[in-house]
Design a protein around this ligand. Sequence first.
Ligand code: FAM
Length: 438
Amino acid sequence: SKSLKDTIEEVIPLKQAHLKKLKTDYSDVSIGDVKVGNVIGGMRGLRAMLWDSSVLDPEEGIRFHGRSIPDCQKVLPAAPGGKEIIAESMLWLLLTGQVPSEAQTRALSRELAEKGNLPSHVESLIDSLPRTLHPMTQLGIGVAALNHDSSFQAAYEKGMKKSEYWTYTLEDSLNLVARLPALAARIYRNVYKPGTVLPELNPELDLVGNYSSMLGYGDNHDLTEYLRLYISIHGDHEGGNASAHTAHLVGSTLSDPYLSYSAALFALAGPLHGLANQEVLRWQLSMLKEVGDEVSHETIREYLWKTLKSGQVVPGYGHGVLRNPDPRFIALQEFCESKPELLSSPIIQLVKKTYEVAPDVLKEHGKTKNPYPNVDAASGCVLYHYGLTEFKYYTVIFGVSRALGCITQLVWARALGLPLERPKSYSLDAIEQLAKSG
Ligand code: FAM
């Protein structure tokens, strides 16, 4: 069966022709105008970016090459003995637009496991960091240091043709995805389980199977399956979210995939973005501490108001684009509903009860355009239940996942020859003048 690289190579001329057609037929056609509100409002709603692998509909949520999460759950291969989508089948779909066969998925798993060991300089760099340094900072540092072996950078120095950019980008990208589990697990062990032995990568396991076993949870089939689902569905969320956009911007300067993705991780580390999944747990636990055994809709409502009145955001709720409950949240909830053990877990029940109350409170509060949960509202509590309770680590798991979408864009941006990103900015005075004359 065809390899991932050969499949991408086959799709490239089709996409290149499509882009060329857009350029010749429609370059001067407007697909929306730019209001002052967009410019001063974080560019919300501005149609200003090409991102082929997924599109986010405000009502319905994410589709990966046109496929919703339930569609993907039906067709994308799982791990041997598992049911959930795995990172490899999602990555294949994102990169090629096609559903991989079982054999192609297994071959990619094997390729990634074979490439997954960290270079020793990265191991010693990570081991030298203080245990108190936030795990996300450590992850970003480690990913940046992987660029020591960038084949894109080496080929660029030698002088490669533009038409070859994508192949070296793909090579670096797959190495990056392959090495993320060992890097992320090493950080976990150093910070939370010092002195324990990190297992070797097992070439028979899928990427997340290996990640779970290196974290120390390889025997927990349900947690491993949850991580597979989690990492697949957090992979890509169109282009404008802060981490994806950062990877794309940095990559547009022809920085290699390691540097581009390292930058993206520092965007993911912000509390309005990926750090929200750590914040949700912290917030729900402090709620538990305060209300004790009195967890009722009423006490949760009071706690929500207390958070809002103190000027904080309710973590896990609201979204820059979505205007309905996030289908990723729903997929994770459904995972819980399929397991009675999870349904009776106090922390999972608390998250569920919060969901029954929070939208009405947020509507009454009247500020957020989307009073519904995003993915972060649900993602951490299942990890917590299974014993992965170190919630400062949760965004690292998100960081292992988001690479899938970011590297897809990097490969395609190079294959399509997309240029350096460089929007026009204006000063306050200049914007006012433009508005008055426009
Ligand atoms: N709790 C309280 N207030 C909220 C809120 C929330 N969950 N969500 C939005 N608002 C406020 C927001 O702060 C803003 O207030 P000001 O006018 O005083 O600035 C107002 O409502 C309008 O905001 P919006 O237009 O509805 O949202 P934005 O597009 O500006 O921001 C988020 C989107 C995600 C940053 C925002 O909803 C938020 O801060 N949510 C909590 C943090 C969170 O869960 N982030 C994770 C997002 C996620 F899906 C991800 O990246 N992983």
